[in-house]
Design a protein around this ligand. Structure first.
Ligand SMILES: Nc1ncnc2c1ncn2[C@@H]1O[C@H](COP(=O)(O)OP(=O)(O)OP(=O)(O)O)[C@@H](O)[C@H]1O
Ligand SMILES: [Mg+2]
Length: 367
Protein backbone atom coordinates (compact mmCIF):
# COMPACT_ATOMS: atom_id res chain seq x y z
CA UNK A 1 0.00 0.00 0.00
CA UNK A 2 1.33 3.43 -0.86
CA UNK A 3 0.27 6.97 -1.61
CA UNK A 4 0.69 7.75 -5.27
CA UNK A 5 -0.55 11.30 -5.43
CA UNK A 6 -1.92 14.03 -3.19
CA UNK A 7 -3.85 17.20 -4.01
CA UNK A 8 -4.48 19.96 -1.52
CA UNK A 9 -6.66 23.03 -1.71
CA UNK A 10 -6.55 25.60 1.10
CA UNK A 11 -5.11 23.09 3.54
CA UNK A 12 -3.18 25.04 6.20
CA UNK A 13 -0.48 27.03 4.37
CA UNK A 14 -1.10 25.29 1.00
CA UNK A 15 -3.31 27.22 -1.40
CA UNK A 16 -3.14 24.63 -4.16
CA UNK A 17 -0.76 21.71 -4.41
CA UNK A 18 -0.46 18.55 -6.45
CA UNK A 19 2.35 16.10 -5.83
CA UNK A 20 3.21 12.64 -7.05
CA UNK A 21 5.31 10.15 -5.13
CA UNK A 22 6.90 7.75 -7.56
CA UNK A 23 9.58 6.79 -5.06
CA UNK A 24 9.17 4.76 -1.89
CA UNK A 25 11.41 7.10 0.12
CA UNK A 26 10.42 10.74 0.21
CA UNK A 27 12.34 13.46 1.98
CA UNK A 28 10.83 16.88 2.58
CA UNK A 29 13.40 19.55 3.26
CA UNK A 30 13.08 23.27 3.83
CA UNK A 31 13.31 26.02 6.38
CA UNK A 32 11.14 26.31 9.48
CA UNK A 33 7.53 27.15 8.78
CA UNK A 34 7.63 26.08 5.14
CA UNK A 35 4.93 23.44 5.41
CA UNK A 36 6.74 20.12 5.90
CA UNK A 37 4.74 19.05 8.94
CA UNK A 38 1.53 20.30 7.32
CA UNK A 39 2.05 17.96 4.37
CA UNK A 40 2.55 15.01 6.72
CA UNK A 41 -0.64 16.08 8.48
CA UNK A 42 -2.53 16.01 5.19
CA UNK A 43 -1.37 12.42 4.63
CA UNK A 44 -2.32 11.57 8.21
CA UNK A 45 -5.79 13.03 7.59
CA UNK A 46 -6.40 10.69 4.67
CA UNK A 47 -5.63 7.74 6.91
CA UNK A 48 -7.06 8.78 10.27
CA UNK A 49 -9.84 11.17 9.15
CA UNK A 50 -8.39 13.89 11.36
CA UNK A 51 -5.38 16.11 11.96
CA UNK A 52 -2.61 15.19 14.38
CA UNK A 53 -1.95 18.85 15.05
CA UNK A 54 -5.35 20.27 15.88
CA UNK A 55 -8.57 18.91 17.30
CA UNK A 56 -10.86 21.19 15.33
CA UNK A 57 -11.08 20.48 11.59
CA UNK A 58 -11.71 24.17 10.89
CA UNK A 59 -8.26 25.11 12.20
CA UNK A 60 -6.81 23.44 9.13
CA UNK A 61 -8.60 25.74 6.70
CA UNK A 62 -6.15 28.21 5.21
CA UNK A 63 -6.47 31.60 6.88
CA UNK A 64 -8.91 33.87 5.05
CA UNK A 65 -10.70 31.05 3.19
CA UNK A 66 -13.70 28.93 4.18
CA UNK A 67 -12.94 25.36 3.12
CA UNK A 68 -10.14 22.90 2.48
CA UNK A 69 -9.90 19.67 0.58
CA UNK A 70 -7.38 16.83 0.57
CA UNK A 71 -7.44 14.21 -2.16
CA UNK A 72 -5.16 11.21 -2.18
CA UNK A 73 -4.68 8.25 -4.46
CA UNK A 74 -3.62 5.12 -2.63
CA UNK A 75 -2.41 2.03 -4.41
CA UNK A 76 -3.56 -1.11 -2.66
CA UNK A 77 -2.98 -4.54 -4.21
CA UNK A 78 -2.68 -2.99 -7.67
CA UNK A 79 -5.99 -1.12 -7.39
CA UNK A 80 -6.09 2.65 -6.97
CA UNK A 81 -8.45 4.15 -4.39
CA UNK A 82 -9.22 7.81 -4.13
CA UNK A 83 -9.83 9.27 -0.71
CA UNK A 84 -11.36 12.71 -0.35
CA UNK A 85 -11.62 14.81 2.78
CA UNK A 86 -13.36 18.15 2.53
CA UNK A 87 -14.09 20.54 5.36
CA UNK A 88 -16.22 23.63 5.01
CA UNK A 89 -16.98 26.06 7.81
CA UNK A 90 -20.36 25.31 9.43
CA UNK A 91 -20.86 22.14 7.34
CA UNK A 92 -20.51 18.46 8.05
CA UNK A 93 -17.12 17.03 7.06
CA UNK A 94 -17.14 15.14 3.77
CA UNK A 95 -15.07 11.97 3.78
CA UNK A 96 -15.24 9.60 0.84
CA UNK A 97 -13.58 6.53 -0.57
CA UNK A 98 -13.91 6.27 -4.36
CA UNK A 99 -16.70 8.85 -4.38
CA UNK A 100 -18.80 7.14 -1.71
CA UNK A 101 -19.51 8.68 1.69
CA UNK A 102 -18.86 6.65 4.79
CA UNK A 103 -21.81 5.97 7.09
CA UNK A 104 -19.44 6.46 9.98
CA UNK A 105 -15.98 7.97 9.87
CA UNK A 106 -14.74 5.21 12.15
CA UNK A 107 -15.37 2.71 9.31
CA UNK A 108 -12.38 4.23 7.53
CA UNK A 109 -9.96 3.71 10.41
CA UNK A 110 -7.35 1.08 9.70
CA UNK A 111 -7.93 0.80 5.94
CA UNK A 112 -4.90 2.85 4.88
CA UNK A 113 -2.74 2.74 7.99
CA UNK A 114 -0.15 5.40 8.72
CA UNK A 115 2.31 5.51 11.60
CA UNK A 116 3.57 8.93 12.64
CA UNK A 117 6.70 9.64 14.66
CA UNK A 118 6.76 13.27 15.76
CA UNK A 119 8.10 15.53 18.51
CA UNK A 120 4.62 15.51 20.08
CA UNK A 121 5.13 11.83 20.97
CA UNK A 122 6.90 13.07 24.08
CA UNK A 123 3.41 13.66 25.50
CA UNK A 124 3.20 9.89 25.93
CA UNK A 125 5.96 10.13 28.52
CA UNK A 126 5.17 13.50 30.08
CA UNK A 127 1.39 13.60 30.12
CA UNK A 128 -1.20 11.73 32.16
CA UNK A 129 -2.34 8.16 31.59
CA UNK A 130 -5.01 9.45 29.21
CA UNK A 131 -2.46 10.16 26.48
CA UNK A 132 -1.02 6.65 26.74
CA UNK A 133 -4.44 5.00 26.77
CA UNK A 134 -5.47 7.00 23.73
CA UNK A 135 -2.35 5.89 21.91
CA UNK A 136 -2.79 2.21 22.71
CA UNK A 137 -6.50 2.43 21.95
CA UNK A 138 -5.73 3.87 18.55
CA UNK A 139 -3.08 1.28 17.88
CA UNK A 140 -5.41 -1.60 18.74
CA UNK A 141 -8.35 -0.03 16.88
CA UNK A 142 -6.35 0.13 13.67
CA UNK A 143 -5.90 -3.64 13.67
CA UNK A 144 -9.15 -4.63 15.42
CA UNK A 145 -12.44 -2.99 14.55
CA UNK A 146 -14.40 -4.83 17.20
CA UNK A 147 -12.18 -3.24 19.80
CA UNK A 148 -13.04 0.21 18.45
CA UNK A 149 -16.77 -0.64 18.62
CA UNK A 150 -16.42 -1.79 22.22
CA UNK A 151 -14.54 1.34 23.09
CA UNK A 152 -17.18 3.61 21.60
CA UNK A 153 -20.03 1.85 23.41
CA UNK A 154 -18.05 1.90 26.66
CA UNK A 155 -17.30 5.60 26.40
CA UNK A 156 -20.93 6.38 25.66
CA UNK A 157 -22.14 4.35 28.64
CA UNK A 158 -19.53 6.01 30.83
CA UNK A 159 -20.73 9.47 29.90
CA UNK A 160 -24.32 8.52 30.64
CA UNK A 161 -23.43 6.90 33.95
CA UNK A 162 -21.48 9.99 35.01
CA UNK A 163 -24.44 12.22 34.15
CA UNK A 164 -26.73 9.98 36.18
CA UNK A 165 -24.33 10.01 39.15
CA UNK A 166 -24.44 13.79 39.09
CA UNK A 167 -28.22 13.73 39.10
CA UNK A 168 -28.37 11.24 41.97
CA UNK A 169 -25.86 13.26 43.97
CA UNK A 170 -27.90 16.44 43.46
CA UNK A 171 -31.31 14.95 44.19
CA UNK A 172 -30.37 12.28 46.67
CA UNK A 173 -32.10 9.60 44.59
CA UNK A 174 -32.22 8.35 41.01
CA UNK A 175 -33.24 5.69 38.57
CA UNK A 176 -31.58 2.54 39.83
CA UNK A 177 -32.67 0.39 36.91
CA UNK A 178 -30.98 2.82 34.58
CA UNK A 179 -27.85 2.81 36.71
CA UNK A 180 -27.85 -0.98 36.65
CA UNK A 181 -28.12 -1.02 32.87
CA UNK A 182 -25.16 1.33 32.56
CA UNK A 183 -23.22 -0.84 34.99
CA UNK A 184 -23.91 -3.89 32.86
CA UNK A 185 -22.84 -2.18 29.66
CA UNK A 186 -19.66 -0.95 31.28
CA UNK A 187 -18.85 -4.35 32.73
CA UNK A 188 -19.54 -6.20 29.50
CA UNK A 189 -17.58 -3.89 27.19
CA UNK A 190 -14.99 -3.04 29.82
CA UNK A 191 -14.11 -6.69 30.23
CA UNK A 192 -13.68 -7.15 26.50
CA UNK A 193 -11.51 -4.04 26.36
CA UNK A 194 -9.39 -5.30 29.26
CA UNK A 195 -8.91 -8.74 27.74
CA UNK A 196 -7.94 -7.22 24.39
CA UNK A 197 -5.50 -4.75 25.90
CA UNK A 198 -3.85 -7.51 27.88
CA UNK A 199 -3.54 -9.86 24.93
CA UNK A 200 -2.42 -7.08 22.65
CA UNK A 201 0.32 -5.92 25.04
CA UNK A 202 1.65 -9.46 25.23
CA UNK A 203 1.70 -9.77 21.48
CA UNK A 204 3.22 -6.34 21.02
CA UNK A 205 6.03 -6.60 23.58
CA UNK A 206 8.45 -8.82 21.65
CA UNK A 207 8.30 -6.40 18.71
CA UNK A 208 8.84 -3.48 21.02
CA UNK A 209 11.80 -5.12 22.74
CA UNK A 210 13.42 -5.95 19.46
CA UNK A 211 12.97 -2.41 18.09
CA UNK A 212 14.20 -0.87 21.32
CA UNK A 213 17.34 -2.97 21.63
CA UNK A 214 18.25 -2.36 18.04
CA UNK A 215 17.69 1.38 18.15
CA UNK A 216 19.28 2.03 21.53
CA UNK A 217 22.12 -0.38 20.76
CA UNK A 218 21.71 -2.10 24.13
CA UNK A 219 21.37 -5.68 25.26
CA UNK A 220 18.79 -5.19 27.97
CA UNK A 221 15.08 -4.79 27.40
CA UNK A 222 13.12 -1.73 28.34
CA UNK A 223 9.88 -2.43 30.19
CA UNK A 224 6.43 -1.57 29.03
CA UNK A 225 3.69 -2.73 31.40
CA UNK A 226 -0.08 -2.69 31.15
CA UNK A 227 -1.58 -1.60 34.47
CA UNK A 228 -5.21 -2.18 35.33
CA UNK A 229 -7.32 -2.61 38.47
CA UNK A 230 -8.81 -5.52 36.61
CA UNK A 231 -5.64 -7.52 37.21
CA UNK A 232 -6.93 -7.88 40.78
CA UNK A 233 -10.70 -7.79 40.66
CA UNK A 234 -13.67 -8.36 38.36
CA UNK A 235 -15.40 -5.45 36.72
CA UNK A 236 -18.71 -5.86 38.55
CA UNK A 237 -17.01 -6.13 41.94
CA UNK A 238 -14.85 -3.11 41.27
CA UNK A 239 -17.78 -1.03 40.16
CA UNK A 240 -19.90 -2.05 43.15
CA UNK A 241 -17.01 -1.36 45.53
CA UNK A 242 -16.47 2.15 44.27
CA UNK A 243 -20.13 3.22 44.19
CA UNK A 244 -19.95 5.45 47.27
CA UNK A 245 -16.82 7.13 46.07
CA UNK A 246 -18.38 7.58 42.62
CA UNK A 247 -21.40 9.29 44.17
CA UNK A 248 -19.20 11.60 46.20
CA UNK A 249 -17.03 12.53 43.21
CA UNK A 250 -19.95 12.42 40.74
CA UNK A 251 -18.01 10.34 38.26
CA UNK A 252 -17.07 6.71 37.67
CA UNK A 253 -13.77 6.00 39.38
CA UNK A 254 -13.44 2.33 38.46
CA UNK A 255 -12.97 0.95 34.98
CA UNK A 256 -10.72 0.56 31.99
CA UNK A 257 -10.79 4.33 31.50
CA UNK A 258 -8.40 4.40 34.48
CA UNK A 259 -5.89 1.88 33.07
CA UNK A 260 -2.35 2.95 32.33
CA UNK A 261 0.74 1.83 30.48
CA UNK A 262 3.98 2.23 32.37
CA UNK A 263 7.36 2.86 30.73
CA UNK A 264 10.70 1.88 32.25
CA UNK A 265 14.12 1.79 30.68
CA UNK A 266 17.26 0.07 32.00
CA UNK A 267 17.74 2.49 34.89
CA UNK A 268 14.13 2.80 36.01
CA UNK A 269 11.21 5.11 35.41
CA UNK A 270 11.54 6.64 31.95
CA UNK A 271 9.76 9.87 32.82
CA UNK A 272 11.82 10.62 35.92
CA UNK A 273 15.20 9.20 35.01
CA UNK A 274 15.44 9.04 31.23
CA UNK A 275 17.39 11.65 29.29
CA UNK A 276 15.63 13.34 26.39
CA UNK A 277 17.38 11.08 23.91
CA UNK A 278 16.58 7.97 25.94
CA UNK A 279 12.94 8.99 26.13
CA UNK A 280 12.89 9.65 22.42
CA UNK A 281 14.48 6.27 21.63
CA UNK A 282 11.83 4.53 23.71
CA UNK A 283 9.09 6.41 21.88
CA UNK A 284 10.55 5.69 18.46
CA UNK A 285 10.70 2.00 19.39
CA UNK A 286 7.03 2.13 20.43
CA UNK A 287 6.15 3.42 16.97
CA UNK A 288 8.42 1.08 15.02
CA UNK A 289 6.86 -1.84 16.89
CA UNK A 290 3.47 -0.46 15.82
CA UNK A 291 4.64 -0.70 12.21
CA UNK A 292 5.52 -4.37 12.77
CA UNK A 293 2.17 -5.14 14.39
CA UNK A 294 0.26 -3.57 11.51
CA UNK A 295 2.32 -5.53 9.04
CA UNK A 296 1.55 -8.70 10.94
CA UNK A 297 -2.22 -8.09 10.91
CA UNK A 298 -2.63 -6.54 7.47
CA UNK A 299 0.08 -8.32 5.56
CA UNK A 300 1.46 -5.01 4.30
CA UNK A 301 3.41 -2.14 5.84
CA UNK A 302 1.78 1.12 6.89
CA UNK A 303 3.06 4.40 5.53
CA UNK A 304 5.63 5.79 7.91
CA UNK A 305 5.76 9.53 8.59
CA UNK A 306 8.87 10.75 10.37
CA UNK A 307 8.63 14.38 11.47
CA UNK A 308 11.78 15.98 12.86
CA UNK A 309 13.18 12.69 14.12
CA UNK A 310 16.74 13.96 14.05
CA UNK A 311 16.15 16.17 17.03
CA UNK A 312 17.58 14.77 20.34
CA UNK A 313 18.91 11.50 18.93
CA UNK A 314 22.65 11.03 18.65
CA UNK A 315 24.24 10.22 15.28
CA UNK A 316 24.54 6.51 15.98
CA UNK A 317 20.88 6.17 16.86
CA UNK A 318 19.83 8.26 13.88
CA UNK A 319 21.83 6.04 11.59
CA UNK A 320 20.37 2.87 13.09
CA UNK A 321 16.88 4.33 12.83
CA UNK A 322 17.17 5.41 9.22
CA UNK A 323 18.88 2.21 8.22
CA UNK A 324 16.19 0.11 9.88
CA UNK A 325 13.29 2.03 8.31
CA UNK A 326 14.86 1.90 4.88
CA UNK A 327 16.17 -1.68 4.96
CA UNK A 328 13.76 -3.74 7.01
CA UNK A 329 10.65 -1.73 6.34
CA UNK A 330 8.86 -2.55 3.10
CA UNK A 331 6.55 0.43 3.28
CA UNK A 332 6.52 3.96 1.97
CA UNK A 333 8.37 6.56 3.96
CA UNK A 334 8.14 10.33 4.37
CA UNK A 335 10.85 12.15 6.32
CA UNK A 336 11.07 15.87 7.08
CA UNK A 337 14.27 17.72 7.83
CA UNK A 338 15.15 21.40 8.06
CA UNK A 339 18.76 20.59 7.13
CA UNK A 340 19.01 18.98 3.70
CA UNK A 341 22.78 18.33 3.83
CA UNK A 342 22.37 16.10 6.83
CA UNK A 343 19.65 13.94 5.29
CA UNK A 344 21.44 13.77 1.97
CA UNK A 345 24.69 12.64 3.54
CA UNK A 346 22.90 10.04 5.60
CA UNK A 347 20.96 8.60 2.68
CA UNK A 348 24.12 8.53 0.62
CA UNK A 349 26.04 6.72 3.34
CA UNK A 350 23.28 4.14 3.52
CA UNK A 351 22.99 3.93 -0.28
CA UNK A 352 19.27 4.76 -0.19
CA UNK A 353 17.66 6.20 -3.31
CA UNK A 354 15.15 8.81 -2.24
CA UNK A 355 13.10 11.57 -3.81
CA UNK A 356 13.90 14.94 -2.30
CA UNK A 357 11.29 17.70 -2.20
CA UNK A 358 12.03 21.32 -1.39
CA UNK A 359 9.29 22.87 0.73
CA UNK A 360 9.03 26.67 0.76
CA UNK A 361 6.11 28.71 2.04
CA UNK A 362 3.34 26.44 0.90
CA UNK A 363 5.02 25.43 -2.35
CA UNK A 364 6.83 22.16 -3.02
CA UNK A 365 9.28 21.40 -5.81
CA UNK A 366 11.12 18.28 -6.72
CA UNK A 367 14.77 18.82 -5.84
N1 LIG B 1 -4.84 27.32 8.88
C1 LIG B 1 -3.70 27.83 8.40
N2 LIG B 1 -3.71 28.71 7.37
C2 LIG B 1 -2.55 29.21 6.87
N3 LIG B 1 -1.34 28.92 7.35
C3 LIG B 1 -1.29 28.07 8.39
C4 LIG B 1 -2.44 27.48 8.96
N4 LIG B 1 -2.06 26.68 9.96
C5 LIG B 1 -0.73 26.76 10.01
N5 LIG B 1 -0.25 27.60 9.08
C6 LIG B 1 1.15 27.98 8.83
O1 LIG B 1 1.88 26.88 8.39
C7 LIG B 1 3.24 27.11 8.76
C8 LIG B 1 3.81 25.93 9.48
O2 LIG B 1 4.00 24.93 8.62
P1 LIG B 1 4.70 23.59 9.16
O3 LIG B 1 4.49 23.40 10.60
O4 LIG B 1 4.27 22.55 8.23
O5 LIG B 1 6.22 24.01 8.92
P2 LIG B 1 7.49 23.09 8.91
O6 LIG B 1 8.08 23.14 7.53
O7 LIG B 1 7.15 21.76 9.45
O8 LIG B 1 8.43 23.89 9.89
P3 LIG B 1 9.48 23.37 11.00
O9 LIG B 1 10.76 23.09 10.27
O10 LIG B 1 9.60 24.52 11.91
O11 LIG B 1 8.90 22.17 11.66
C9 LIG B 1 3.27 28.22 9.76
O12 LIG B 1 3.86 29.33 9.18
C10 LIG B 1 1.82 28.43 10.10
O13 LIG B 1 1.54 29.76 10.37
MG1 LIG C 1 7.63 20.82 11.20
Amino acid sequence: MHLQEIKLINFRNYEALRLEFPSRFNVLVGLNGGGKTNLLDAIYYLSGTRSFQSNADSQNIRYGTDFFSIRGKFVMKDAVHEILCQVQAERKKVFQEDGIDYDRLSDHIGKYPVVLISPADIDLVKESSEARRRFFDQMISVVDHTYLENLMVYQHALKQRNALLKLIAERGFGDETLLESYNMQLAERGNLIYIRRRAFTEEYLPYFNQCYRHLAGVEENARLTYRSYLHETTFSEGLAGSYRKDLALERTTFGVHRDDFHFEFAHGDLKKLGSQGQQKSFLVAIKLAQVEIIRKYDGFSPILLLDDIFDKLDDERIERLVSSVTRNNQGQLFITDARPERTRALLKALAVEAQLFRVEQGKINVW
